[in-house]
Design a protein around this ligand. Structure first.
Ligand code: BG6
Ligand code: MG
Length: 212
């Protein structure tokens, strides 16, 4: 089936909030005396906030943590992260990403977001893309995070297209797995492209114009 809709992950694809996630987790891990580096960080890509915390805590050896303690830690990480998001502006949307999106729209594709993040509406507002996409499926409308396909299946439903008519764009291996589990083709950038997790592994976002 011909591709009719493109579903974009947000963090690490549309904008570089993935670096802010890294710094916020690094700060929290430092406080907990847990080793944390970019290899661990790459495992957090696409994964929900609470599931990410469990990964960060794999090497934690301090006093036992209750569910309440964990929720407080996740909230603490999110507060640090939100401070970085407050500084974002439309200048944080690259010219390459914006012109590629505009060209895909001109070619008639439906454009949607499929992100695990509960901060998606805030980020889209900060970078000037509020109201730009035909549909937004994010951490606020799902119960299972990537690699589960739910977020992408919802995005396809929101734009009224069959999964087989959708292409997912991802920087996370968990996200590429989610796209495949949804029955969609996947184009990867960044970390997931380096790991060849996609049907297409791109060197840049703009290369989408060569495959669509
Ligand atoms: C994903 C990120 O987009 O959103 C993950 O790749 C992050 O690293 C997840 O954990 C949840 O984000 P948030 O903003 O709801 O904490
Ligand atoms: Mg991502």
């Amino acid at each position: 089936m011909k591709c009719q809709a493109v579903i974009f992950d947000l963090d690490g694809v549309i904008c570089f909030t993935d670096e802010y996630h890294y710094r916020a987790w690094k700060a929290l891990a430092g406080k907990l005396n847990v080793p944390f580096d970019r290899t661990v960080n790459n495992r957090l890509r696409g994964v929900s906030r609470m599931a990410s915390l469990e990964i960060v805590l794999e090497k934690y050896s301090g006093p036992a943590l209750s569910q309440e303690d964990k929720e407080a830690l996740a909230a603490e990480k999110n507060a640090i992260y939100r401070e970085s998001l407050r500084e974002m502006s439309p200048a944080d949307l690259s010219e390459e990403v914006k012109s590629t999106l505009d060209e895909l729209r001109r070619r008639g594709y439906l454009l949607a977001i499929g992100s695990s993040s509960k901060n998606t509406p805030f980020i889209l507002r900060q970078i000037g893309l509020e109201g730009y996409f035909d549909a937004v499926s994010d951490g606020n409308n799902i119960t299972r995070s990537k690699p589960d396909p739910e977020v992408f299946l919802k995005a396809a439903e929101f734009v009224g297209r069959e999964p087989a008519a959708c292409l997912v764009v991802e920087d996370a291996v968990s996200g590429a797995e989610a796209g495949h589990a949804a029955g969609m083709k996947v184009a990867c950038v960044g970390d997931a492209a380096e790991k060849k997790a996609g049907d297409y592994n791109l060197k840049s976002f703009g290369e989408l114009l060569d495959i669509l």
